[in-house]
Design a protein around this ligand. Sequence first.
Ligand SMILES: [Zn+2]
Ligand SMILES: [Zn+2]
Length: 347
Amino acid sequence: MKAVVHDTFGGPLEVRDVPDPTCPSDGVVIAVGATGVCRSDWHAWKGHDPVDLPHVPGHELAGTVAEVGADVTRWQVGDRVTVPFVCGCGRCELCLSGEAQVCPDQTQPGFTGPGSFAEQVAINAADANLVALPDAVGFVTAASLGCRFATAFRAVVAHGRLQSGQVLAVHGCGGVGLSAVMIGAALGAEVVAVDVSPAALARARELGATHLVDASSDPDPAATIRETTGGGAHVSLDALGSSATAVASVESLRRRGRHVQVGLLLGDAATPPLPMGRVVAHELELYGSHGMAAHEYPAMLALVEDGTLRPDLLVGCVIGLDGAGAALAAMDHPTTTAGMTVVEIGR
Ligand SMILES: [Zn+2]
Ligand SMILES: [Zn+2]
């Protein structure tokens, strides 16, 4: 089969012929229909995330089941599917209680093994991890759910428990932040978008944000949110991942509000100085969000199917496998407003 391969970290990303994947006994091989290009792939290519070389990137995929392992009971050849970027082992206590997104024995295509910048990809523990796609949801749209949209959905709906009429604040309007803005607006919330980029804020407004806070000129975005929303947000997300935005997100909450940390906090930002006195006095709730388990996808896909959620609007560009390497390398110079790139491989 054809796949995008790199032999060194940061080295050439070439389309070449590689052996077809071997089907795990508890897994499937998926013929990839479409796969998203994500900054996490860029980090792995650069060597920021340890992967075995040579490596095939790609973790945001949708496609058709092409081969089924002997121990798989729920899936057959021809099924249209997607998978979470975290695949649980399907056997541990967390997986069995529905929390595969934090499985200690998780696998991730494109990180722990070859990914979906390829005509085929193997997925472990298929009974636990595959998600059936409604006929009305195409592969490009399903791939665009990627890690960002699904993570934003879980952050807003499961952790945030956001209700119609409540206030959602979103700190950072990149891919995951804009997804959260769209999801919050679709749920009938009043959405406050915070970013330092006027273009990102303009995009947030197009996707349903009703209040915009420009953090490049506002010295205290959290205070502005509290003042303009009658006491603060019911739910606030740090969708960027920095000390400043994590703290601002917590400080922008009203009493009994819920902060969800979605952006990864790396390096010096790993231990932000959160105002724990305020957390106690106002009984705030703090959550981390790390993807979404397969069993939670049908509720989200139903909203995609009926048009309530439009992840396709976040797609900027659809390309072929030949262009995938260049699209990944282009993330050396990211632009927040260009939208997501999706690689279409088959139908
Ligand atoms: Zn597990
Ligand atoms: Zn991703």
